[in-house]
Design a protein around this ligand. Structure first.
Ligand code: FES
Ligand code: FES
Length: 169
């Protein structure tokens, strides 16, 4: 059997320049989880069907199980680990908590990254745009209502106001 070729790639990963030696057929998801130690992106179906592995690559939400790492070479990658911290959660993370949009949590990193890609390009999306942006992300637990509400809450918080008129969140 022929051995796979190893290639060196560079990524801007959550704001830091990183280099990795990867197999030709290795996925971006594998690099993130196994080489970078970033296990937020989940390996669900590994087939591009569940969205649990969603990260942002060059501004677009992608299923990282379906992107070869070599295709991401030179790219800018954002993962859930680059968002907030437990002390200072990103508005999307806080909104998911506030809206009760997390149960088992398996889908949550992917949902949040898909939602972030949406809010980065469209800060005040309507329900339909939110539904569309999250249409590739499956959740077995919550139903989608609370997740969609969380994205609206985050958009409001990012815009600096809440429905209660309470000012910046
Ligand atoms: S693990 Fe990538 S889409 Fe399911
Ligand atoms: S919270 Fe369990 S799959 Fe979404």
């Amino acid at each position: 059997m022929m051995k796979e070729r190893t290639c060196e790639i560079s990524l801007t990963l959550n704001g830091r320049e990183r280099r990795f030696f990867v197999e030709e057929q290795e996925t971006l998801l594998h690099v993130l989880r196994e080489r970078a130690g970033l296990t937020g992106a989940k390996k669900g179906c590994d087939l591009g069907e569940c969205g649990a592995c969603t990260v942002i690559l060059n501004g677009r939400a992608v299923n990282s199980c379906c992107v070869f790492a070599v295709q991401a070479d030179g790219g800018v990658v954002e993962t859930i680990e680059g968002l907030g911290t437990p002390d200072r959660p990103h508005p999307l993370q806080q909104a998911f908590i506030d809206a009760g949009a997390i149960q088992c949590g398996f889908c949550t990193p992917g949902m949040i990254m898909a939602a972030k890609a949406l809010l980065d390009r469209e800060p005040r999306p309507g329900r339909e745009a939110i539904r569309q942006a999250l249409s590739g992300n499956l959740c077995r637990c919550t139903g989608y209502e609370k997740i969609e509400r969380a994205v609206e809450l985050a958009a409001e918080a990012i815009a600096g106001y809440t429905e209660k008129g309470g000012g910046a969140a």
